[in-house]
Design a protein around this ligand. Structure first.
Ligand SMILES: [Zn+2]
Length: 406
C-alpha cells in the first residue's frame, strides 16, 4: 500500500490532489488542513463534533504531551484512541518549541502576529553561531541547545525538572504517542537570526535528521524530514537538497515567517524535494497563504487559526473574518455565515446568540465558534481540491481572494 498517491495535477501550477493512506487505516485527501489538538484534544470540541467538522487530519504536540505524561508516555493508549479519531494523526517533534520557548522569547517574536524583521548584527550572529557550534547555552532563554539535543527549563511546568530532548528521545516519544505521521527533531531558528547562525543550526538539523531515521523502529509510522535554513536562499536550497535525498516518507518545511518570505522559502525548497512524496508546511494556515502554498506544491498545512481564534470569538467566512464578541452583534438574527452547513449554523446559532454566549462567558461559545471555523477551513480545502480536479484552480484562487478583498 502506498502511503501517498497523487491523483490529479494542475496543468498551470504545481498544485496537486493526492491521497494519504496510513497503515492504521486513516485516509486524507490532499491538499488538507491539519487541525491542532496540542494536548491530544482539540480544545472545546467533543469527538462527535470532530466527526461532524469534516476534519481529516489532527496534529498533536510531542513536547507538551511528554511534559504532561513523563515516562508514563510508554503506556499511552495512542492518539487515535485518545482523540476518538479515525483520520490521519500527526505529531510534531518538539523542534518548534526549541524556538517558541527559546529565541522566540529572547527576540520577542512569535509565529503568528507582528514581528520586526531586523536581523542580529553580523558580529552578534557570528558569536551565537560559534557558541552554538560548541554547544554553549543561551543565557537569556529557557532552552539550552547543544549538539546532542535541547534542554528545556519551562516555567509553565515549574514543578517539573528540565527535560532533555534528543533526536532519539523525540522519536521514542512519538512512537509511544502512536501518530500516523511523525516529524524529525529539528531546530527552528528565529527571524532575527542571521546567516551564520542559520547555517550552523541547519547543519545540526541535518545531523539530527539522520539520527531520527536511525532511531525509528516502527514501520507503521511515516517519518517526515524538515527543511530549515531561515530566509536565506542558499541555505534553504542546501537544506532541501540534503534532506530531500534522505529516505524520509514525506517532507515538511519549517520556520517560514511572513508572507513574502514564505513564498520564497517554498519556491526555493520544493524543486529539491521528491515529486512523489507529500509536502507539509508547518504552522501556516491563513486562506491566502494556503492558496500560495498549494500553488507551489504544498499538500498539507497545520495552523492554530481556526481553533484559537474561534475560542476568542474570531469567525471565519468566505468574505473574511469578524469578531462576534463585538456588542453590535447582540440581537443580530443572521447565522454565523449565510448558507453555512456547519453543525453550529445548521442548529440555528446566530451572531446574536453567539455574541451573547461569549458575553456570558458560556463554555459553549468557544465550541460553536470553533465548530464553525474548523468546518469552514475543511470545506474551503474541499472546494480547493475540486477546483484542481476541474482544472480551475487559478480561477478559484482569484475568486477567493476577490471575495476576501485581498
Ligand atoms: Zn457555520
Amino acid at each position: 500500500m502506498d502511503f501517498f498517491t497523487i491523483t490529479t495535477r494542475d496543468k498551470k501550477t504545481k498544485a496537486r490532489v493526492g491521497m494519504l493512506k496510513t497503515s492504521h487505516g486513516g485516509v486524507a485527501e490532499t491538499p488538507s488542513y491539519v487541525v491542532v489538538g496540542t494536548r491530544a484534544k482539540v480544545k472545546t470540541l467533543t469527538t462527535e463534533d470532530i466527526k461532524k467538522s469534516k476534519t481529516q487530519m489532527i496534529i498533536s504536540n510531542t513536547y507538551h504531551l511528554f511534559r504532561e505524561l513523563g515516562d508514563s508516555v510508554k503506556e499511552f493508549e495512542g492518539l487515535h484512541s485518545r482523540l476518538g479519531f479515525d483520520g490521519v494523526v500527526m505529531t510534531d517533534s518538539g523542534g518548534f518549541q526549541v524556538f517558541s520557548l527559546g529565541f522566540s522569547r529572547e527576540h520577542n517574536v512569535s509565529k503568528v502576529g507582528f514581528f520586526s524583521h531586523k536581523k542580529n548584527s553580523f558580529v552578534a550572529d557570528l558569536i551565537l553561531a560559534l557558541r552554538a557550534k560548541i554547544g554553549l547555552r543561551n543565557k537569556r532563554n529557557s532552552v539550552r541547545i547543544t549538539n546532542n539535543g535541547a534542554w528545556f527549563k519551562d516555567e509553565s511546568y515549574s514543578d517539573k525538572k528540565p527535560i532533555f530532548l534528543t533526536p532519539e528521545k523525540s522519536i521514542e516519544i512519538q512512537e509511544s504517542l502512536g501518530a500516523d505521521i511523525i516529524l524529525a527533531f529539528d531546530e527552528c531558528t528565529s527571524p532575527k537570526h542571521g546567516f551564520w547562525y542559520n547555517k550552523w543550526a541547519m547543519i545540526r538539523t541535518h545531523r539530527w535528521a539522520l539520527r531520527c531515521i536511525k532511531a525509528k523502529k516502527k514501520n507503521s509510522q511515516a517519518l517526515y524530514g524538515i527543511v530549515q535554513g531561515g530566509d536565506y536562499e542558499e541555505l534553504r536550497k542546501e537544506s532541501a537538497r540534503v534532506i530531500g535525498k534522505m529516505p524520509f516518507d514525506g517532507f515538511a518545511i519549517g520556520g517560514s515567517f511572513g508572507k513574502e518570505e514564505m513564498r520564497n522559502v517554498i519556491d526555493w525548497s520544493v524543486p529539491f524535494l521528491p515529486e512523489e512524496k507529500p509536502r507539509h508546511l508547518l504552522g501556516v494556515g491563513r486562506i491566502e497563504d494556503i492558496l500560495d502554498g498549494v500553488e507551489r506544491g504544498i499538500d498539507t498545512f497545520d495552523c492554530v487559526i481556526p481553533t484559537r481564534e474561534g475560542r476568542h470569538g474570531g469567525i471565519w467566512t468566505k468574505k473574511g473574518r469578524y469578531d462576534v464578541t463585538k456588542t453590535k452583534f447582540l440581537g443580530n438574527n443572521e447565522l454565523l455565515e449565510n448558507g453555512c452547513m456547519c453543525p453550529a449554523c445548521s442548529s440555528g446559532i446566530t451572531k446574536g446568540v453567539l455574541c451573547n454566549l461569549f458575553k456570558e462567558k458560556n463554555e459553549e461559545a468557544g465550541r460553536y465558534a470553533t465548530l464553525h471555523n474548523v468546518f469552514f477551513f475543511n470545506s474551503f480545502m474541499e472546494h480547493l481540491r475540486t477546483s484542481i480536479k476541474n482544472g480551475t484552480f487559478s480561477e478559484f484562487k482569484k475568486q477567493v481572494l476577490l471575495d476576501l478583498h485581498l
